[in-house]
Design a protein around this ligand. Structure first.
Ligand SMILES: [Mg+2]
Length: 416
């Protein structure tokens, strides 16, 4: 007791944060309560203070998320394996009329060549562009290799593609406290084992980690500390927000929104009025709020939303309103997951619980909200029983760009 009363406030806070850290590893109300009882023996006020902070930490533990992204992956692998292409503008993909660039080397990027760009346009920008056939079996092998490195630290790994993944290292297998340290170790190991560079973003959630990994690319990393989140987001140009495409950025500019601080000044109601349900997403992320967990080994096959009605519906106008709001919902989910699809499926459950589905497949990815809604409307019009009351409507998008990319490019190569 005597010893405890001699502890200075500074030492006390050090011990306190040490205990908090330990508690994060094995959180639980009972531990918190037990600690409260012990500490209240010292002083009631200190006890309450400590208890409040423990409970706050247990409820909202600050997560440590890393986003790892290989630099110009396919192109870098080709330059690694073919020294004659090093230092030259290289594109992986097909130069054919309908070809698309899968990856561009940094030399090619200097000419303005980007991945997903039509090859015809890329050639116009860089006439000396060297086209190489993708070798997906090699990329997959490397992907397995880097995945193995990630799993030395955590099992909470969410791959976004062959060369990109989120890692939750809040609790990690090596008991390392610094996520920055972990990111550095991972990048070093990737270099050692594959002779390729990766960039990393480190922060408190997926949205911020993803933006951070782009900042010091290539071969760099960036940490957005919890206390820096506000300033960082306020100063961030609007087109850099994950999920804000060209069209949305233009729309935001027209509303006087150029940086995060401008976006913050807009009320939730106004954002919803202009951007539908996606407005909620913008409202949250600009405040650094993104609670999506890191979901291990899940490659999405489809993305969708549905609504069950309180009363069965026959009226076409009411159904149309519902399909509009469901398509808004699906669109905002697509943005958040960063996936687009070619197939849209409408699910209709009638009052007698019979279910019908209708699908349409496009040759290109459905990549605007308007297109999604127009297709959904069309599907609703061709439903089989126009007079039967409906109790549920659902929309889902499949044939997504996350899993089919590989197949498509393999197909493209066969066509060469
Ligand atoms: Mg990459």
């Amino acid at each position: 007791m005597l010893l405890i009363s001699l502890i200075t406030e500074q030492t006390f806070s050090k011990i306190f944060y040490f205990i908090i850290d330990e508690l994060r590893r094995s959180p639980g109300i009972f531990i918190g309560a037990f600690f409260y009882i012990r500490i209240s023996e010292i002083s009631k006020t200190t006890g309450a203070f400590v208890y409040y902070h423990i409970m706050k930490e247990i409820k909202e533990p600050c997560r440590k998320i890393i986003h790892i992204d290989m630099d110009a992956f396919y192109a870098s692998v080709e330059q690694r394996d073919h020294p004659q292409y090093r230092g030259k503008p290289v594109a992986v993909g097909s130069p054919s009329k309908r070809g698309v660039i899968a990856a561009a080397s940094y030399e090619a990027r200097e000419y303005g060549v980007r991945s997903a760009m039509p090859s015809v346009l890329a050639i116009r920008k860089c006439p000396d562009l060297i086209f190489l056939k993708p070798r997906f079996h090699i990329y997959k092998q490397i992907s397995v290799q880097i995945h193995r490195i990630f799993s030395e630290y955590t099992d909470l790994i969410e791959p976004l593609s062959l060369d990109e993944a989120f890692l939750d290292v809040t609790i990690n297998k090596k008991n390392l406290k610094s996520a920055t340290h972990i990111a550095q170790e991972i990048r070093d190991k990737i270099m050692d084992q594959t002779n390729l560079t990766a960039s990393a973003g480190i922060s408190i959630n997926k949205f911020l980690a993803k933006i951070a990994s782009d900042i010091n690319k290539p071969n760099g990393m960036y940490l957005i500390k919890p206390e820096e989140v506000d300033t960082f987001l306020c100063e961030l140009p609007i087109h850099k927000f994950f999920g804000v495409g060209k069209v949305t950025a233009q729309k935001m500019n027209n509303l006087g929104i150029y940086i995060g601080a401008d976006l913050r000044r807009i009320s939730l109601e106004e954002l919803i009025r202009h951007f539908g349900k996606t407005g909620i997403y913008y409202y949250n992320v600009v405040r650094g709020q993104d609670n999506r967990p890191v979901e291990p080994s899940r490659i999405r096959k489809s993305i969708g939303a549905e609504a069950t009605f309180y009363n069965d519906i026959v009226n076409d106008d009411i159904l149309l309103n519902h399909i509009e709001s469901i398509s808004e919902d699906v669109w905002s989910r697509m943005l958040r997951a960063n996936v687009f699809g070619k197939t849209l499926t409408l699910k209709v459950k009638y009052h007698d619980f019979t279910v019908n589905t209708h699908s349409t497949t496009q040759s290109n990815y459905i990549d605007t909200q308007e297109e999604l809604f127009t297709l959904a409307k069309r599907l609703l019009e061709i439903r089989r029983f126009p007079d039967k009351p409906i109790r549920l409507l659902g929309l889902s998008v499949s044939n997504l760009n996350n899993s089919s990319v590989t197949k498509e490019f393999e197909q493209l190569c066969l066509n060469l």
